[in-house]
Design a protein around this ligand. Sequence first.
Ligand code: AMP
Ligand code: GLY
Length: 422
Amino acid sequence: MKVLVVGGGGREHALCWKISQSPRVSKIYCAPGNAGITGVAECVGIKAADIDGLVTFAYNQGIDLAVVGPEDPLTRGLVDALEAHGIRVFGPRASAAAIEGSKVLSKDIMAKYGIPTAGYRSFENRREAVEYIKSLSSPCVVKADGLAAGKGVIVAGTTEEALEAIVQIMDDRAFGSAGDKVVVEELLTGEEVSILAFTDGITVAPMLPAQDHKQVYDGDKGPNTGGMGAYAPAPVCTPELYKYALEKILQPTVAAMASEGRPYSGVLYAGLMVTAEGPKVLEYNARFGDPEAQPVLMMLKTDLVDIMDAVIDKRLKDINIEWEEGASVCVVMASGGYPGAYGKGIEITGLDRVPEGVTVFHAGTAEREGKIVTDGGRVLGVTARGADIPSAISLAYRGVEAISFEGAHCRRDIGQKATIRR
Ligand code: AMP
Ligand code: GLY
C-alpha cells in the first residue's frame, strides 16, 4: 500500500514513523517532509498548501491512502479535492475542518448544542467589540476568528490589553482576513488538557489524554508558542473527566457537526480547561496536535493504518484501539529567538548519540551538504517512553543533552505538572 502524508513538522514525522511500522505499507511519501522524515519516507518537494500539486501527485502515483497533517490544507479543502479524484484520504472535509478554521462557528455550535465552553460574544463591528470590552468587569480573551498559526489568541489581563488586541487584529490586520471577526470570551483558569479522538462521524474513540506546554519558558511563563513539549497520558485527566469529555464534549460535538450538515471524519482535538466548575472547551482542532501527536503516537500499539482505514470506511466501532503501558514525553528543542525571529541553517550535532529508546522527531530541519541544519522555530521533538512519567522525562532529557546547535533552547520542566500531582 502506498501512503502520502501531507505536512513537514514533528507531527508528520511521528505520523510517518508510526505508519512505517504497518506491515501493510510498502511506500510512504511525505510532502514536503523534512530532514528527519527522509529516514522513514520519501520526501517530495510539494508544499502542504499546494492543493492542485498534491492532488496531481497522489493521482499519478496511485496513492492508496492520503493523510493530511496541518490545518491549513484541511480548511482549504484538500480532503475534498483528493476525494473528488477517488483517493482515499484520512481527515475532515473543509466544511468539518471549519470547526478549527472559524472560532465564531465553533463557539456558535457549542452554544447551540450545550457543549461546555467559556461565555462569549462575537463581533464583526470593531466599535461594538470595543464597547463590549469596556463594559466587562473581568479580564477576557480576544481571538481572531480564522487561522493565525496559533498566534490569534490574546489572553488579556486588563481592559487595555484587550483593546490593544482589537487594534492588532481588526485595525492592523495582523492576521489578515482571519481578523474580519473576533470572539471575546470569558477568561478561564485551571489546568489544560488535550483530548484527541479518532472519529468516523458515528463512533468516537478517544486517544490517551495529553498535555501541551504552550508558553516558551519554564513555569508557563513568557509568550505562547506552537507547543514546547507534551506528554501522555496526562493524570489531570482522571477517568471521570475522560468519561465526561467523551460523553458531554466529543460525542455531542461529532453529533452536532452531523446535524449541521458538516459530517466529521478524522481526528477531532478538544483543547480543554479543567476549571473549578468542570472541563470547558478552549478550542477544537481538526487534526492531530503538534507536539501532542509525538507522545500519543508513541504510545499507540494498534496499527495506525488499520484505524485510518476503519475511519474512512465508517467502521471504527469494530476496531479495538490498544495503548502501551507507561508514559511518553516529548521535549521540543527550539531555535534561538523562537517564538520571535530566529535564524536558520545552523548545524545540528549529536543526533546519532541519543540514548537507546529515544526517538528524535524532526520539526524544522533540512539537509545541506550532508549536514542536518535548523530550518524552523521548533526544530526537534526529543521523545521517549518509560514505565512512568518520571522515567520518560529523564530519558527524554538524556536525549536532549546529547544534541546541540547554537542558540538551542528548551523547557526544563516538561511533564513536571504530572509528577507534582502524583
Ligand atoms: P486556542 O488557540 O483557542 O486554544 O488558544 C490558545 C491558548 O490560549 C489556549 O491553549 C489557552 O492557553 C489560551 N486560552 C484560550 N482561550 C482561553 C480562555 N477562554 N481562558 C483562558 N485561556 C485561554
Ligand atoms: N499543540 C497545539 C496544537 O497543535 O494546536
